[in-house]
Write a protein that binds this ligand. Structure first.
Ligand SMILES: NC(=O)c1ccc[n+]([C@@H]2O[C@H](COP(=O)([O-])OP(=O)(O)OC[C@H]3O[C@@H](n4cnc5c(N)ncnc54)[C@H](OP(=O)(O)O)[C@@H]3O)[C@@H](O)[C@H]2O)c1
Length: 324
């Protein structure tokens, strides 16, 4: 038996139940992992609350982790017991041990710790595809990143600066503004107090941005569209404040022939080739120190409820992990 955090019925953080579960031997194409560190992500709260439907009930929460392979199932040829790996995969991460499809695991380079890996696989690979593939951020661009002091936010700010962009970051407090600035944001906007659209106009001298990265959702819509240049791209990649509902496509014509996309990491890493490329790009920028992974909060697995409460009440910054 191993320790795990399961959800038996969807709801608030109180539905996270710390209990013992059985983890069997790995099946065809699977590996078994002894986890060393587990990532906390906003998506974990969507599955817990029921905003995103879980494929079965009850389920072990969580999508990201890092650890050591302890056994491999039939058909697995490129991993063996003892390998250090990290992953983003389907639910099942909040457990001291788990089974995992081998083709979702990547070998960890020696210079990346388990804690860094758990703090960056989901958030850092998201930053990778958002900045390089969903839209190609280039030197000289001025871009807007919402929730710049959050998990994806701090990584994306550093990476965008490394690409030569000027980052405008929105943040929920003065402390978060300092943090975002220390991690690559050239300008910060306190969007709970200031009109962020007016500030973006002011900062860019009326030119606005070619792209807006928005993981906040409801609270920043439709303001985000007003921060875009004609034919700019609105990247709506999350719902931290609630989902955007009932968007009328006509608004894109009214605001300047805009584009909109609602991307997911799953789609951008669906093939093994894309997954490995994305992970290697992340390992590269972290390995050379261009992007640092700010693991700012560590919880015990049994305190998952508190971790979710803190994430949802905007108390955390950067990456949050469970240490196993
Ligand atoms: N589509 C994808 O591929 C993908 C992948 C990874 C993550 N995501 C999305 O990216 C976003 C960031 O994820 P994360 O795990 O790194 O979380 P996070 O940014 O660390 O936490 C969410 C942040 O959103 C801000 N926020 C604004 N309004 C909020 C509200 N009403 N309630 C709670 N937070 C609010 C808060 O920052 P302030 O206090 O500064 O406002 C909060 O710290 C999430 O929406 C997530 O779903 C999407």
């Amino acid at each position: 038996m191993v320790a795990a955090v399961r959800v038996h019925k969807t709801g608030g953080p109180e539905v996270l139940t710390y209990e013992e579960i059985e983890v069997g031997a790995p099946g065809q194409g699977q590996v078994k992992i002894k986890q060393r560190a587990i990532g906390l992500n906003f998506i974990d709260t969507y599955f817990r609350s029921g905003l995103y439907p879980a494929p079965s009930m009850p389920f072990v929460a969580g999508n990201e982790g890092a650890g050591e392979v302890t056994a491999v199932g039939p058909g697995v040829t490129d991993l063996k017991a003892g390998d250090r790996v990290a992953y983003v995969a389907g639910l099942g991460a909040y457990a001291t041990e788990r089974l995992l499809p081998a083709d979702r695991a990547v070998k960890l380079p020696d210079n990346i710790s388990y804690e860094q890996a758990a703090g960056m696989m989901l958030k850092g690979m998201t930053a990778e595809y958002l900045l390089n593939r969903c839209f190609k951020v280039e030197k000289g661009m001025t871009i807007l990143i919402h929730a710049a002091a959050g998990g994806v936010g701090l990584i994306a700010c550093q990476w965008a600066k490394h690409l030569g962009a000027t980052v405008i970051g929105t943040v929920g407090s003065k402390e978060k503004a300092e943090l975002a600035k220390a991690n690559g944001a050239a300008h910060t906007i306190l969007y709970r107090e200031e009109d962020f659209v007016a500030r973006v106009k002011e900062i860019t001298g009326g030119k606005l941005c070619p792209v807006v990265y928005d993981g906040v959702g409801k609270a920043t819509f439709p303001g985000s569209l007003d921060c875009l240049q004609p034919r700019g791209l609105f990247v709506s990649y999350g719902n931290a404040s609630g989902p955007i509902e009932g968007m009328n496509l006509g608004i894109l014509s009214q605001k300047g022939s805009l584009y909109v996309t609602r991307p997911t990491l799953n789609t951008y890493t669906a093939s093994r080739e894309d997954l490995v490329k994305t992970a290697n790009n992340l390992f590269d920028v972290v390995g050379k120190g261009a992007v640092k992974i700010p693991v700012n909060h560590t919880y015990a697995l049994k305190d998952a409820r508190k971790a979710h409460e803190d994430l949802e009440s905007r108390k955390t910054t950067g990456s949050v992990i469970f240490k196993v």
